[in-house]
Design a protein around this ligand. Sequence first.
Ligand SMILES: [Zn+2]
Length: 169
Amino acid sequence: MTLAAMKLIASENPLLAIQALQNPLEMEIKNWYIEHGQMSGDHRFRVLGGFADSKYQGPLDPVKSVNKIEQQVYLRDSYKCKYCANSVLSAQTLKQIEEALGSENFAVSANSNNSRHGFIYTVRATVDHVTPHNRGGLTSMDNLVTACWSCNYGKGGYSLKEIALDDPR
Ligand SMILES: [Zn+2]
């Protein structure tokens, strides 16, 4: 069950949504994310190390924050991670679900990995700079794509070429 479907259920039958959230997979997903998802970029760096051309010295886009165009990026990409094609939800939508169901049933705003609900980790949308910002990538629609947390962490500061990824655009 995707969270998009759950959002519908939450608005019509919150009890059903709460039951669906009490799923043993929740802890499994959370543990996977804490151990692998968020660490994938670090693991990759440990194996691959840096790259010669990663010492970028050129100009940087003065705007790094994607806040202003985040929603446009998600809409253009139909709320799907452009790397793994999983459906994702914006932080605002997740927050609305939390408000509808109660933070004791669906903790989104908690400030540690362990206290958030595990399902968040598979669906929370982020915006990725395809060419990393610190390597001259622009904060523009052309250089931004929707990414789930795990794909974004996994890509880290590498270019597509360095980790043999197809261009997601
Ligand atoms: Zn992904």
